[in-house]
Design a protein around this ligand. Structure first.
Ligand code: HEC
Ligand code: HEC
Length: 483
């Protein structure tokens, strides 16, 4: 019993130490890593041994694989942690800090401001609101972001780019229930569209990233999406590509950094991933014939009034479907989190995914955020399916049925989810209206960049990565079997 206890304590110390050193990026400690590594394995090892030395011989032998063999003074332990956090790699080369961000040399920067014109129906991009002061939109940055977005060399094995899961030809998503990443692995959530995320207040289905810049740093280090690689590996790989080093110098006055990558990719998304000038927008601008009668009825059911100059008459009840309770504003989202009962397991009485609740800090959690997800835009919904955070609803018709029955009852169901009692015609009209929200969007052919050649002068082709790595593809189209 006592030895079991010591063993457990030993493990705990190891776990805590590695958490402190590696934060949440779960960067793999690598004894042979490029940095020569101040060797977390060894140090973590020392820590555990303090509690471990009195174990029986046999158990100790087994433990040596995971725990250390030397005794260590707890005081020096604190020092190790401190060094690790400060960047103990300093002696061997660049510090982690150097990969994340560098002071810029303004004399290297050769870039100019870029004007963005947005399609009809969307709001002009505003500094501070849509474009952070720290990351103004410039021509060179846009161009660099375009390359990085489509470059599969950002992923560990060169098979996956951002466009694999957010392909402009598939509504800037992958049209799969859940995405396939590197090695054909799947995650539990559906890739949301990048379209109009410039207007988003938070990123991800649970809103855990505060900006497009914050979002862009996630996938490259996500073991399922782009591979189990540290930011150092990615940055070092890109620094070896002369074209990237040169462009970073011109745009940021530094060599390749994670900060610069995120800023460039976010800039590309802000400029290129816009959807507007749909039939609905043309109607709003005064073209009364842009929408059919069915689309107009659907619009009214959805919760939007007819144009004041339109003499079209209908007796459908304004807002009967109550969609604008959440899908409001120019981008058809309130940017809030709601529970529609999607992913609620009726027999087990639990959520497959806790959604917003899981990322709210203790003290700020409220019951209504359990199983709640960010309201997505309805613009281009026709092209971005399957629908919902888990891709569990395939068609727009089925989405309307879900709302018509008032969602799936569960303890956290949103108060705006009530049975709607829509007639078959009304349901069809709603779908017709949603389809009239499909806008003018840029396609892959408009955007595919010429990628800078690798260090060996070899050309890089962005096209194969427009489709997911092939493994497991069959399973993907059926959400139930994919999880
Ligand atoms: C393997 C598939 C995959 C790859 C590769 C991938 N993503 Fe995603 N992306 C997702 C999934 C799945 C989500 C939703 C995750 C969540 O909500 O937890 C997401 C979310 C996002 C969002 C948030 C959108 C919103 O409305 O909240 C943006 C923006 C985004 N990704 C951009 C990128 C960029 C830029 C890259 C390349 C650096 C990238 N993605 C690579 C699958 C992928
Ligand atoms: C209570 C707020 C709320 C109301 C009311 C509401 N929605 Fe939604 N809608 C959401 C949220 C939140 C999601 C994502 C839910 C999830 O993934 O679990 C969503 C998802 C969708 C999607 C899928 C989009 C995608 O990219 O996956 C469509 C389409 C949609 N809603 C249309 C409608 C229509 C049509 C109505 C009216 C009948 C409506 N919504 C009413 C909040 C709402």
């Amino acid at each position: 019993m006592t030895s079991w206890l010591r063993w457990t304590v030993g493990l705990l110390v190891v776990a805590v130490l590695s958490l402190v050193s590696y934060g949440c990026n779960s960067e793999e400690p690598s004894p042979t890593g490029p940095s020569g590594s101040t060797g977390s394995p060894a140090q973590a090892g020392k820590a555990g041994s303090a509690a471990n030395t009195q174990n029986p011989q046999s158990q100790q032998a087994a433990n040596e694989l995971t725990t250390p063999t030397q005794r260590v003074d707890p005081k020096s332990l604190a020092k190790v942690v401190k060094e690790e956090v400060r960047g103990g790699e300093a002696q061997e080369g660049p510090t982690p800090f150097d990969y994340l961000w560098q002071p810029s040399k303004p004399e290297l920067i050769k870039d100019e401001a870029m004007n963005v014109s947005v399609p009809a129906g969307l709001m002009k991009l505003a500094a501070k609101i849509n474009v952070p002061i720290s990351n103004p939109i410039t021509k060179g940055k846009y161009e660099l972001g375009r390359q990085l977005y489509f470059d599969p060399r950002v992923s560990l094995d060169g098979t996956v780019s951002c466009a694999t899961c957010h392909n402009p030809d598939k509504g800037w998503t992958d049209n799969m229930a859940v995405s396939i990443g590197i090695d054909g692995q799947t995650g539990g959530r559906s890739a949301p569209t990048v379209l109009n995320t410039v207007y988003g207040r938070t990123m991800f289905w649970d809103g855990r990233a505060p900006s497009l810049e914050g979002q862009a740093q996630g996938p490259i280090q996500n073991p399922i999406e782009m591979g189990k690689q540290s930011y150092k590996e990615i940055i070092e790989r890109l620094r070896k590509i002369p074209g990237y080093h040169e462009q970073f110098q011109k745009v940021f006055g530094t060599t390749v950094t994670l900060d610069g990558m995120a800023k460039a990719i976010a800039t590309f998304e802000r400029v290129a991933a816009l959807s507007g000038n749909s039939k609905y927008d043309k109607y709003r601008e005064g073209d009364m014939k842009a929408l059919s009668d069915a689309e107009k009825r659907g619009m009214v059911l959805f919760g939007l009034r007819l144009h004041p100059d339109d003499d079209f008459k209908t007796d459908v009840v304004l807002q009967k479907a109550n969609c604008t309770a959440c899908h409001s504003g120019a981008n058809f989202t309130d940017e809030e989190f709601h529970n529609l009962g999607v992913g609620w397991d009726v027999s087990k009485k639990q959520f497959a995914d806790l959604g917003r609740w899981a990322v709210e800090p203790y003290g700020a959690r409220f019951d209504g955020s359990m199983g709640a997800f960010k309201t997505p835009t309805v613009r281009d919904a026709e092209r971005t399916g399957p629908c919902m955070h888990d891709g569990s609803i395939e068609t727009l018709e089925q989405v309307v049925d879900h709302y018509d029955k008032g969602g799936t009852p569960n303890p956290a169901l949103d108060k705006d989810m009530k049975p709607l009692k829509l007639t078959p015609t009304e349901k069809a009209d709603l779908v017709a209206f949603m389809k009239a929200l499909s806008g003018e969007t840029k396609k892959a052919a408009d955007l595919l960049p010429e990628l800078p050649p690798g260090p060996d002068g070899k050309k890089a082709d962005p096209r194969p990565a427009l489709n997911a790595p092939s493994k497991k593809v069959a399973a993907i189209f059926h959400p139930a079997s994919a999880r």
